[in-house]
Design a protein around this ligand. Sequence first.
Ligand code: FUB
Length: 345
Amino acid sequence: MATKHYLFPTDYMADPAVHVFNGKIYIYPSHDWDAGECEDDDGGHFQMKDYHVLTLADPDQGLAEDCGVIFDVEDVPWAEKQLWDSDVVEKNGKYYNIFSGKGYDGVFRLGVAVADKPEGPFIPQPYPIRGSFSIDPCVLKDDDGSIYTYFGGLWGGQLQWWQPLAPGFTPVIGKHGDENGLTDMGSAPTKQDELFAHPDTPALPSLVVKMSDDVLQFAEAPRPVVIVGDDGQPLKASDPHRFFEASWVFKRDGKYYFTYSTGDSHLICYAVGDNPYGPFKYEGVILTPVVGWTTHHSIVAYQGKWYLFHHDSVPSGAKTWLRSLKVCELKWDANGKIKTIEGLD
Ligand code: FUB
């Protein structure tokens, strides 16, 4: 049994994106609070309005320390509300926070905020990333220095709104952009029309895109992240192990591990590939369901061990919009597969 502990008992934080910068662990979480909104399938109860960064000296037993607010929704000209999951990457001594936020048009997009140090403060760019949409970015810096962003989330994350782009993903860059760098795809379809894909069709994939040299834009059109089963075919929309949200990618022994939440089946799963674009072969469950509807995580190596960071809603008495950060060691078995961790432990 993995020994877990809560990291930050004094406030509600979720969606931990964890990196080691300059030998130190930094946690970039979403900052939950009780906005008094009703729970709905669009995640209207997640009304986060700022981001903090935490540091952690001892992932085996220690508590995280709050370095304070790194930016607020008031600092983001294009975003009205709902600062959801984010991630941070370093390049040439600068730190780039790629985050999700909902615009005044009700559409989720990705933005970039830049800092000189991992503690911030981060200065948001005036416009979202051109051609971006949906939520939950995570960033992989590959060994050759190339930076890839993986993103997307179903239901409230709006990935299904962009479903016409799924087969082959028609490039959106430059096709629909206006002078503000926004992408006008027409009026939003109703959730009821687009929430559920036909069970026999391939699951709607998340996306991966190489970032521009300045890390402020997409360098290409986003491509689908295809997860295949033992038969080599993409997982189906009805498969409880299919992608839903919370992409997190890391490298180990030259392999690319694409890890993700299955949303309404409440698992953290993983799939392995030979390059950043995939395809990724489904391998198994990392974390079984936790208390709370959402599950979201990151995986990082630190001082020779691997750690799973995630959240649950135990401390708030199962309020799914008030989540708390946890950590435990993650282990591989003799066959090189990740050992499943119990979410209720
Ligand atoms: O925190 C808001 C949303 O809940 C995230 O973007 C999802 O991954 C889920 O954790």
